[in-house]
Ligand binder design. Sequence first.
Ligand code: MN3
Length: 202
Amino acid sequence: MAFQLPELGYAYDALEPNIDARTMEIHHTKHHNGYTTKLNAAIAGTDLDEKSIEDILTNLDMSNSAVRNNGGGFFNHSLFWTVMNPEDRGYLSGELKDAIEDAFGSKDAFIEAFSNAAATQFGSGWAWLCVHPGGKVEVCSTPNQDNPLMPGVSCTGIPILGLDVWEHAYYLNYQNRRPDYINAFFNVINWNEVERRYAEAK
Ligand code: MN3
């Protein structure tokens, strides 16, 4: 069964001025759509065809570069759109706030750690907030379209917040100013969704 490109759930211009409409449209209709189409081509007729994306990535043969790159790209962007929202974003609270304060000391220290992971990921990749069994959280980054679900990746756990730091995610508006894009991301995080994912994952 083929994977479908998910809808954003908001308009392309809804995250302006933090993320511009043109970037969002190209990112969704070209990049994410491309990963989705290529993932479907890569799994068609194989034993991966009936599996969930989480199952595919968790049990991935990392030498299968078509599924690694496009399955990762499909999953990562599907998560990314949901952890941003123009409105009804909520705020860091509840059990997730407690877990973040346990791990980092404060919300500000978490923001610094996450921003640092995003800024120092060399070349293309993602920054993540992951949850371990029991609820402990961790920040890390991965190259390309890898993610913490994949075997042998440097960080483990279930990703509940991700930031795309590929240049295609910010270059039109921010050019080489990745740190400005990272700062802007914190203005649009959908904490309600991150908390929902935390409760589900822990
Ligand atoms: Mn991207």
